[in-house]
Design a binder for this molecule. Structure first.
Ligand SMILES: Nc1ncnc2c1ncn2[C@@H]1O[C@H](COP(=O)(O)OP(=O)(O)OP(=O)(O)O)[C@@H](O)[C@H]1O
Ligand SMILES: [Mg+2]
Length: 163
């Protein structure tokens, strides 16, 4: 008999409209709860997803409503992986301002990526083949006995899929 996969995947595509961000966050909340994350982690992932989708709409697709943002939620045993993809021109992560530098602390923007990094365990920004950005965020779901999550990583890669 064929072995049943324990991975579950949900894929949604929205037009590039801010009004859909609440809907995506709601979906993230429900899926994180279903995956077994505790309340603080659920809130953190929801905020990370919000920031990534807002960036995809604003900076990636430049609010062109005809361009889509795709959000893939994957529930694996022990982790939830969320990918946010846009149809924009991509960007250079290394060139972004560090919001912790003294000259940037009073800026009213430029904190989204910093928040995303703080709120999930692992973040990867990838230039998608054929254009656009993929932000892959991973949150580990700890069983009661497994203790702390592993350290965070952030990287920029070329062309990738949800791993
Ligand atoms: N999906 C994306 N496509 C293109 N550029 C992006 C994308 N995401 C982020 N960026 C670039 O990275 C910069 C930093 O993003 P970040 O979310 O940290 O700050 P912000 O969006 O400018 O402000 P804030 O999120 O605090 O309102 C953006 O200003 C933009 O230049
Ligand atoms: Mg932002």
């Amino acid at each position: 008999m064929k072995k049943q996969s324990t991975t579950r995947e949900i894929r949604v595509r929205i037009d590039s409209r801010y009004e859909f961000i609440d809907l995506v966050q709601e979906l993230a909340d429900q899926l994180c709860r279903a995956a077994g994350l505790g309340r603080p982690a659920v809130l953190n992932v929801g905020l990370a997803v919000r920031e990534a989708v807002a960036n995809a709409i604003k900076h990636g697709n430049r609010q062109e409503a005809g361009k889509w943002v795709e959000i893939v939620f994957r529930l694996d045993p022990g982790r939830i992986v969320i990918a946010v993809r846009d149809q924009g021109a991509g960007f250079d992560l290394a060139k972004q301002k560090d919001p912790l530098e003294p000259e940037n602390v009073f800026r009213s923007n430029g904190r989204g990526i910093f928040f995303i990094r703080s709120f999930v365990d692992d973040v990867t920004f990838t230039r998608r083949k054929g254009g656009g950005t993929e932000v892959r965020m991973e949150k580990r779901v700890m069983s009661r006995r497994s203790g702390r999550a592993a350290p965070r990583r952030t990287a920029m890669r070329q062309g990738g899929e949800v791993r």
